[in-house]
Structures are given as structure tokens and as C-alpha cells.
Design a binder for this molecule. Structure first.
Ligand code: LLP
Length: 425
């Protein structure tokens, strides 16, 4: 990962800018995004999947600059709310290269998508068919896909597994709900079904479940051709490509994924006598995650119950992932060279909750002290996009670094922002 390299001993830098400088200029906590790393990751995808449509899953992290980079790198966008859609459009992102997801799309989501001209809407429930058809109107036209639950369990944590029938997304293949919904869509002339979609889960590090998904989805495509004479031009396999959060952890091998999926798709389609559909993929984490670093300031260090608690000025309000999924991070001391031996410490957040622990088993120099900076690598995905207003600490800013220069992309949430929404007294 981009993440922090050492410019001088102990002085970590991202994109050629020392973290000390970023902390001085933007304050802490601050999220630092390495633009070159984001773009590199987009190019890695484009090169590995030259014939596929690559959609960046905006839920991982979105701001207008990010949307613009995706556009410039030739990616589309997976959005799942009117908010994500509108923000990207205000950055000049072409709506026709966006796909709208969601298991519970609000009237505003659908209205915004249709008004702005979103490329495809992914239908997730039977009731959505009639709602969408009505919103499109009798003379209108909207491309859609159907989210199919293929019955395959995969993903780094139970809360982010979406390929099995016991979770809330999509329409089951096993129970026939997907086939039923497709028949109903075909009865709506204003809805054009362009393909099938599935998303197995997130933080998947093996290629195998994707190959199983290809087989199941092609099986369904073959049945649709038999039953309805339908040949679908697209197959969207979703995202979920796993990354390493700590040194030594496994990441999904994209080259192997691309090669094996292409081979499986060609083989399964040939066996079924189907033309090979255009592949769509939706990586989020694997593009944004490793390109981001969170920088915190240590506020207190104390011993308690055999632990050393190193408490920083952020926590579960900017990174809920350790609390939600038990994810383990590897924070590093930044901005200072220490020759002290390494000690096992608990990096705690500042929130009023015992579960607000950022890293339960961090290895840091034993002389870590208040005023030090800590860098948490691999912080670009599902941190700020899941940030909350807990304890009214204000959400951190995002700075982009590139070629030794930094610029602010998203400013810190101020007391004026917080006070401004409070209109009740
Ligand atoms: N496509 C669909 C339809 C999705 O629901 C998701 C993620 C993605 C693509 C992108 O998945 P990725 O490539 O980023 O794994 N908050 C959790 C992750 C939730 C993922 C939700 N859907 C976390 O922090 O791990």
C-alpha cells in the first residue's frame, strides 16, 4: 500500500508529504488519500479486466474529487443512494455510467436516478418492479439488472456476507424468486433487462466463490434463454475483493481472479451455447482502502489492568470497523524516530464507550507518549463513509496528496456545521 513510507527515519510520508506537515496544516485526526495510489489501483483493474466494465463502489468512500478521478480513469460508479448519485453528478460524473443499487430504494432515490438519467437500476425486490415501472411511466425507458442471490457464502465477516439466502439483499435463485421477478420485468415494456447481478460479500480473499458464482449465474442465463428466449448481454459479479489490512495478510489476487473468471465464463457459456456476456465488476475497498491513511494525535497514555492504553483524538466515530467487524489494524508511530523497544499496546479512541478500541494489539515503541502522531494505514475505505456524529467531535477532513503537494478535499466538520443543524431550541 501507498501508505506511509519513511522520508527520514521515523518521519512517515504519503505521496511525498510528511505526515507531520499534514497534521500541522489540517489538524488531527485527518484522513490522507494518495491520489497516485487511487489512480494506480484503477489502472490495475482496467489492465486486468480490459473487456470488463469496472464500476467503483462509491460506498467505500466518495467525494467529488474521487468521482472525478474515477471518471478520468475510465471507471463507472456503483451508487446506492440519491446522495451518492447527486454528489458524483455535481463533480461532472456522467450518470449513464452509474448503476443504482439498494434493497430499499426510497422514492427520492428512484426519482433522482430517473431525473438525472442513471445508466441502470438494479432491482432488488419484487415490489420495486411496479414502483420503478410507474416512476418511469408508460412511454419511458430504463435499463435494469436483477440482483440475484446465488446461494454462495463468502466474505470476511458474517455482517458483510451477501451471497446466501438468509440475508436481506437480492432475489433468491434457489427459491425461484429471481426467475419470478425476471418474468415480471419482461412484462414491463418500459424496463429493459440488460443483465444479472450478484454480490457475494466483501473482503473475499479467494477466487473460488467467484467461479462458483459464474457457474450459477450462467446456469440461470441458460434457463432464461430456454424459458423466454432471452439472451442477456451483461453479467455483473459485484465487488468484494479482499485487501490486506496488516503486513502479511492475504489479499485477493486480481490477475488470477481476472484470468480464472474469464476462463470460467467462456467455458460455462460455451457449454450452455450462450454468447459470453460483457462482465461488470464493482470493487470499492480494493481501490480506496490501501490508498488512505488516518493520522491521529496521541492524547493520553496509561496503564490499566495489565494493558497500556494509548488514546488518540479519533475513534469509532471515524472508524467503526474494529467495533463492527473485529478488524485488526497496524498503527505506526509517525513523525518521530524512536529507538525504544516495541511494546504491545491498545490504541483506544476518544469516545465514551469501552468498545471504542482502534487496535487491541498494536505494536508501538514503548516510549509512545502524548503529542505523538499515529498513522493507521489502509484507512481509505469504509472509514469516513461510515463516520458518525457520535459525541459531536466533528468528522475529520480529507486531504489528497500527490507529487509532494497536499490539498484539502473535504474540510473538517465544524461546530458551526453541528450547531447549524440544531434548529429546535
Ligand atoms: N457492489 C455491491 C452491490 C455492494 O453491496 C458492495 C459493498 C460492493 C459492490 C463493494 O464491495 P467491496 O469491493 O468494497 O468489498 N462496511 C463494510 C463493507 C460493506 C460492503 C457493502 N457492499 C466494511 O467496512 O468492511
Amino acid at each position: 500500500p501507498a501508505s506511509a513510507t519513511e522520508s527520514r527515519p521515523g518521519d512517515l510520508a504519503v505521496g511525498g508529504v510528511p505526515l507531520t506537515e499534514l497534521a500541522d496544516r489540517f489538524g488531527t485526526p485527518v484522513y490522507v488519500l494518495d491520489e497516485a495510489e487511487v489512480r494506480d489501483r484503477c489502472r490495475t483493474y482496467r489492465n486486468a479486466f480490459p473487456d470488463a466494465e469496472v464500476l467503483y463502489a462509491a460506498k467505500a468512500f466518495l467525494c467529488r474529487a474521487m468521482a472525478r478521478w474515477m471518471d478520468e480513469e475510465g471507471l463507472g460508479l456503483d451508487v446506492c443512494s440519491a446522495g451518492e448519485l447527486e454528489l458524483a453528478v455535481t463533480a461532472g460524473f456522467p450518470p449513464e455510467r452509474m448503476v443504482l443499487h439498494g434493497n430499499a430504494k426510497s422514492p427520492r432515490d428512484l426519482e433522482t436516478a430517473l431525473r438525472l438519467g442513471v445508466g441502470r437500476v438494479v432491482i432488488d425486490s419484487p415490489s420495486e418492479i411496479a414502483r420503478l415501472a410507474a416512476a418511469v411511466g408508460p412511454g419511458g425507458h430504463q435499463k435494469v439488472m436483477v440482483r440475484v442471490v446465488p446461494g454462495i457464502g463468502a466474505g470476511g465477516h458474517e455482517k458483510i456476507r451477501t451471497g446466501t439466502d438468509d440475508q436481506k439483499f437480492g432475489l433468491s435463485l434457489t427459491d425461484g424468486h429471481a426467475q419470478h421477478a425476471i418474468a415480471r420485468i419482461l412484462g414491463r415494456p418500459q424496463l429493459e433487462l440488460t443483465g444479472l447481478h450478484c454480490h457475494l460479500g466483501s473482503q473475499i480473499t479467494s477466487v473460488k466463490p467467484y467461479l462458483a458464482a459464474v457457474r450459477r449465474m450462467v446456469g440461470l442465463m441458460a434457463r432464461l434463454r430456454e424459458q423466454h428466449g432471452l439472451v442477456l448481454p451483461e453479467l455483473d459479479l459485484g465487488g468484494g475483493h479482499g485487501i490486506a489490512y496488516r503486513p502479511g495478510e492475504d489479499a485477493l489476487d486480481l490477475t488470477s481472479l481476472a484470468r480464472k473468471v474469464r476462463r470460467e465464463l467462456a467455458g460455462s457459456c460455451a457449454a450452455a451455447g450462450l454468447p459470453v456476456p460483457r462482465l461488470v465488476i464493482e470493487p470499492g475497498r480494493a481501490i480506496a482502502g490501501p490508498a488512505g491513511v488516518a493520522v491521529y494525535r496521541v492524547l493520553s497514555v496509561k496503564r490499566s489492568g495489565g494493558n497500556v492504553f494509548v488514546a488518540v483524538d479519533g475513534g469509532m466515530s471515524d472508524n467503526p470497523r474494529p467495533a463492527l467487524y473485529g478488524v485488526r489494524y497496524a498503527p505506526r508511530l509517525a513523525g518521530r524516530h524512536s529507538t525504544a523497544e516495541r511494546a504491545r499496546v491498545t490504541v483506544a479512541g476518544r469516545h465514551c464507550e469501552a468498545g471504542d478500541i482502534l487496535a487491541a494489539d498494536a505494536e508501538l515503541p514503548a516510549d509512545v507518549r502524548p503529542g505523538d502522531l499515529l498513522a493507521v494505514p489502509v484507512a481509505g475505505a469504509y472509514h469516513l463513509s461510515m463516520a458518525s456524529g457520535y459525541n459531536l467531535v466533528g468528522r475529520p477532513p480529507v486531504a489528497a496528496v500527490r507529487d509532494g503537494h497536499a490539498r484539502l478535499l473535504v474540510r473538517r466538520e465544524s461546530m458551526a456545521d453541528i450547531r447549524g443543524r440544531d434548529v429546535g431550541l
